[in-house]
Ligand binder design. Structure first.
Ligand SMILES: Cc1cc2nc3c(=O)[nH]c(=O)nc-3n(C[C@H](O)[C@H](O)[C@H](O)COP(=O)(O)OP(=O)(O)OC[C@H]3O[C@@H](n4cnc5c(N)ncnc54)[C@H](O)[C@@H]3O)c2cc1C
Length: 400
């Protein structure tokens, strides 16, 4: 059993930490207030090789492991505790990997090298107004007419649309190509937003992770060339699930990073703040919850890195997809919840200061709540996935 990073991973972590402390941490509040991640930061981030980490070197990517990608997710979460930059990073990392793995060669070559340079972005477009958890019941349809797909339907809570429209790229969009079927009638189509017409966008005003947009998309006869179909028709559900399994590990790592950062800030504060004649850190009423939270954080961090390690084992044929799915879901279930616990507790240590924007805890809390309520999959869905693995699919509370 190996619990340490190898030399390459350690150097990668140190240089990412140094870069992000210098370039990202000072602008985290500005990102939250101005509701965008500055393009000059994205360009610098890309120039470090941090976009397209999982993509192949032949396309300009780093061909890295998911463990490396999780190391970076943790560091990004530590340095922009609003999690906006982490969302941006992990969406592009996980979903560009799916695009490269299953997309047609010309589409992959059109998008990935530009994503690596920070000129084009990729996201996922699955959720619909009638519900996001039950992916198999989506209603958006794509009819094949000559060499095009024509889309009708509505998607909601879609991240990164503004960023794609301001630059370039597209969304891996789930559509029904056989509406009479549930998950076996779903296809995934890459929608290059700047190249397609006949759709409307409106933006939602979220409570957190303000630096990345969230939108509603209405497809009204949106036409897209058939070459943008990802993989095979009616296999889109499976590609999406693979993307979620990948993304959830990175989500969990970024929540751990934000929680670590907040806990460190809290520790600094309690060592320096006196009450009743001595530092807060000396009171067991403060120190014991700190120890409990730190211990849980270490335990869940190990779980998250085990999930990342298993994912890489799976890519090398040494672990099963179902095992990875279970670990990914457990990580996504536990990490956001624990991050919230950390943030709530630290906020109380800081007293009145904890309630100010200057302290920054509210920004972290607003961000991590997005992963608690459901971005990249709601908590009960994670429980359903793990329960299915533990008890067998006959105990899943619904039939597909
Ligand atoms: C900030 C943000 C960004 C997002 N970005 C994207 C994006 O880029 N692309 C995208 O496609 N989606 C995105 N989403 C949507 C997200 O994936 C969905 O919110 C999530 O899948 C849950 O769907 P829902 O909101 O429709 O809730 P519902 O599916 O209606 O679920 C509501 C609640 O019921 C629970 N529930 C549902 N089914 C069961 C069950 N069988 N048993 C027990 N409990 C159940 C859920 O756990 C949840 O708590 C984003 C969401 C947020 C908040």
């Amino acid at each position: 059993m190996e619990f340490s990073f190898n030399e390459e991973e350690r150097i990668f972590q140190e240089s990412a930490s140094e870069f992000l402390k210098r370039e990202l941490r000072p602008i985290a509040r500005k990102i939250d207030e101005e509701k965008r991640i500055p393009m000059d930061f994205i360009k610098k981030f890309a120039s470090q090789g941090y976009l397209g980490l999982l993509n192949s070197p032949k396309l300009g990517g780093a061909g890295a492991t998911l463990k490396m990608a999780a190391i970076l997710a943790e560091e990004v979460g530590k340095n922009d505790i609003s999690l906006a930059t982490a969302v941006f990073y992990l969406l592009n990392t996980a979903w560009s990997y799916i695009l490269e793995k299953y997309g047609k060669a010309d589409v992959v070559e059109e998008i990935i090298p530009r994503l690596v340079r920070g000129d084009a972005f990729v996201g996922i477009c699955s959720t619909e107004p009638q519900g996001g958890s039950d992916v198999a019941s989506i209603k958006t349809v794509a009819k094949k007419i000559d060499s095009k797909y024509v889309l009708e339907g509505e998607k909601i809570y879609i991240s990164e649309v503004r960023e794609i429209l301001d630059n370039d790229g597209g969304l891996l969009t789930l559509v029904k190509t056989r509406p009479e079927f549930k998950h076996k009638g779903i296809s995934m189509i890459f929608l290059p937003l700047k190249k397609v017409k006949n759709f409307e966008v409106s933006y939602l005003d979220n409570m957190g992770r303000m630096g990345i947009s969230t939108s509603i998309l209405r497809f009204k006869g949106t036409e897209v060339e058939e070459r943008y179909l990802i993989g095979e028709e009616n296999r889109g559900f499976y590609y999406a699930m693979e993307g979620f399994v990948t993304a959830r590990i990175l989500v969990a790592a970024s929540c751990i990073g934000a929680a670590e950062s907040v806990l460190e800030r809290g520790m600094e504060y309690i060592k320096n703040r006196n009450a009743f004649g001595m530092p807060l850190a000396k009171y067991e009423g403060i120190q014991f919850p700190l120890v409990d939270l730190y211990s849980k954080l270490e335990a869940i961090k190990l779980l998250v890195f085990k999930a990342a390690w298993l994912y890489d084992e799976m890519r090398n044929g040494r672990a099963s997809y179902r095992e990875v799915t279970k670990y990914s879901a457990m990580s996504k279930l536990l990490a956001p919840k624990l991050a919230i616990e950390v943030m709530e507790e630290v906020m109380t240590w800081l007293g009145g200061y904890g309630y100010t924007k200057e302290a920054g805890i509210e920004m972290a809390l607003r961000g991590v709540l997005s992963y608690y309520v459901g971005a990249e999959g709601a908590a009960n869905i994670m429980r359903i996935i793990v329960g299915r693995e533990l008890l067998g699919s006959e105990f899943v509370p619904y039939k597909e």
